[in-house]
Design a binder for this molecule. Structure first.
Ligand SMILES: Nc1ncnc2c1ncn2[C@@H]1O[C@H](COP(=O)(O)OP(=O)(O)OP(=O)(O)O)[C@@H](O)[C@H]1O
Ligand SMILES: [Mg+2]
Length: 416
C-alpha cells in the first residue's frame, strides 16, 4: 500500500490544515475499511494517524482558522481528488472525469467497496451505473471472484425466480435438469442486480429473504443453500415514487440502499463534455480504423451544449456515428435528424401525446410561441443576440437563457 511508503511531512508548515485533515481521514478510513491488515501495518497506520493528529493540534487556533478559510476560497486544483484516489491505488475501470459530483460518487464507492454492505446506484439511463458497479467490485476484497450481472427488466416475470435462485428438475414445464441460479454463481463474489425497479413484487419478497438470511432455495426445492454474494443494485427509476405507488417494497429499498450512490446526469456535469468528446472521438476512430474526425465550430458548440438525455452512452454513440459518417470534418448535418437543430419540428408535432392537463396545454402553447418568436427574431437580426436584446429591450443574458432553453444557437442564424 502506497500510503505506508510515504514519509509524513515534518513540520506543520509543510501541509495545510485541510491537507492534514484529509490525510487523517485517509488513514482512519484505511484502518476502518481495509479488509485485512497485519498487526505491524495496523501499528504503523495508528502511529501515522497519531502523528498527523498531533500536527493538527500544534497549529494555533488562528492558523487553523486562517488556513481553513483560505482553503475554502482557493479553488481545488483540477485533478487533485482524482490524483488522491490514484495515490490510494483506486481502480477506476475506465471511469473518468473531474466533476465534483462524480468524484463524490467515486469516493463513496471507494469507502463502500471493501465492505460487504449492499449498494444502490441510481441515475438516469447511460450515466454509468453499471460501470460504477464494476468499480465497486474491482476495489473490494472480492475483485478476483465472480461478478455476475442480472438485468431484472429483461427476464420474463415467470422465469425471474428460477434465473435468480435456480430450479430443481421438474419444478415447472421445461425444467429438464437441476440448474443453479445467478445468486449461487455469485457465491463469494458480487451480484449486480440491474434495473431493480423492474423486479416483480413476488421476486422482491424472495430477494428480501435472501438479504436477511443469506440463504436461497431453488424453485421447487425445500433445501436451503447458503450464499455469500455482495449485492449492488441499480435503477434509473425513482424507487421512492415506486414505493408510493405500491410497486416497490419499502423494506427492500432500505435493505438495498445501505449505501446509496446517485450519478449525476451529463447535463449537470457539462464541464466533462470536452474530455468525453475527445476520449470517445479517439476511441471511435481507433475502432473504425480511421483518423480522428475534426468538427466544425457549429457542431462543436452544439455538442458542448446539448442536453444528452441518453447521457454518456448517447455521447459515445454520437461520436461513433460521426466517425462513421463524416469525412475529415463532421458538421451539424451528420447528427441524427431528431436532434439536429435545423431539423427541429415545432413542439406540437414533436409531441403527439395529448397534454396531461389544461395547464400543460397552456405551457406547451406558450413554449411554442416563445420558440417561434425567438427563431423569427434571430433570423431578422442575422443571429446577433446583442442586437436582438437591444430591439426587444431585454437583458442579453436572459435572452441567452431562453435560447438555451429551446436549444437555439445564434450561429445557425448567421448570414453567410
Ligand atoms: N464517467 C465515465 N467515464 C467514461 N465512460 C463512462 C462514464 N460513465 C459512463 N461511461 C460509459 O457510458 C456508457 C454507459 O454506461 P453504463 O452502461 O454504465 O450506464 P448505465 O447507467 O448502466 O445505463 P442504463 O441505465 O442505460 O443501463 C458505457 O460505455 C460506459 O463505459
Ligand atoms: Mg445499465
Amino acid at each position: 500500500m502506497k500510503l505506508f511508503n510515504q514519509d509524513l511531512p515534518r513540520g506543520a508548515s509543510s501541509m495545510s490544515y485541510a491537507g492534514l485533515l484529509e490525510r487523517l481521514e485517509i488513514l482512519r478510513s484505511t484502518l476502518r475499511w481495509a479488509s485485512r491488515l497485519d498487526r505491524p501495518d495496523i501499528e504503523k497506520l495508528l502511529r501515522q494517524a497519531n502523528a498527523v493528529r498531533d500536527e493538527v493540534m500544534q497549529l494555533s487556533h488562528k492558523e487553523r482558522f486562517v488556513q481553513a478559510v483560505g482553503s475554502q476560497v482557493v479553488p481545488e486544483q483540477p485533478g487533485e481528488r482524482r490524483q488522491a484516489l490514484l495515490a490510494r491505488s483506486f481502480v477506476f475501470e475506465g471511469t473518468f472525469g473531474d466533476n465534483p459530483r462524480l468524484l463524490d460518487a467515486l469516493e463513496i464507492a471507494e469507502k463502500a467497496a471493501p465492505t460487504d454492505l449492499p449498494v444502490l446506484v441510481d441515475g438516469e439511463s447511460g450515466t454509468g451505473k453499471e460501470l460504477m458497479a464494476k468499480v465497486i467490485h474491482a476495489n473490494g476484497a472480492r475483485a478476483d471472484k465472480a461478478y455476475i450481472s442480472v438485468n431484472c427488466g429483461a427476464i420474463p416475470e415467470s422465469l425471474i425466480e428460477s434465473e435468480l435462485f435456480g430450479h430443481k428438475r421438474g419444478a415447472f414445464t421445461g425444467a429438464a435438469t437441476d440448474r443453479k441460479g445467478k445468486f449461487e454463481s455469485a457465491h463469494k463474489g458480487t451480484i449486480f442486480l440491474d434495473e431493480i425497479g423492474e423486479l416483480p413484487l413476488q421476486g422482491q419478497v424472495k430477494l428480501l429473504r435472501v438479504l436477511q438470511s443469506h440463504e436461497i432455495q431453488r424453485v421447487g426445492s425445500d433445501e436451503t443453500i447458503a450464499v455469500d454474494a455482495r449485492i449492488v443494485a441499480a435503477t434509473n427509476k425513482n424507487l421512492r415514487k415506486l414505493i408510493e405507488q405500491g410497486q416497490f417494497r419499502e423494506d427492500l429499498f432500505y435493505r438495498l440502499s445501505v449505501i446509496h450512490v446517485t450519478l449525476p446526469p451529463l447535463r449537470e456535469r457539462k464541464d466533462e463534455i470536452p474530455l468525453l468528446l475527445a476520449y470517445y472521438g479517439d476511441e471511435a476512430a481507433e475502432a473504425l480504423k480511421r483518423r480522428p474526425v475534426a468538427m466544425t465550430p457549429a457542431l462543436r458548440a452544439f455538442l458542448l451544449d446539448y442536453a444528452y438525455p441518453g447521457n454518456i452512452r448517447e455521447l459515445r454513440n454520437l461520436m461513433y456515428r460521426l466517425a462513421c459518417l463524416a469525412g475529415d470534418t463532421a458538421d451539424i448535418a451528420h447528427l441524427p435528424e431528431d436532434i439536429r437543430p435545423a431539423a427541429r419540428t415545432p413542439v406540437r408535432s414533436a409531441s403527439p401525446e395529448p397534454p396531461a392537463s389544461l395547464a400543460e396545454a397552456k405551457r406547451a402553447a406558450s413554449d411554442e410561441a416563445e420558440r417561434a418568436c425567438l427563431e423569427r427574431g434571430l433570423k431578422d437580426v442575422g443571429g446577433t443576440v446583442t442586437e436582438l436584446a437591444r430591439r426587444w429591450d431585454m437583458n442579453r443574458s436572459h435572452l441567452q437563457i431562453l435560447l438555451k432553453k429551446h436549444g437555439l444557437h445564434s450561429k445557425d442564424f448567421r448570414r453567410h
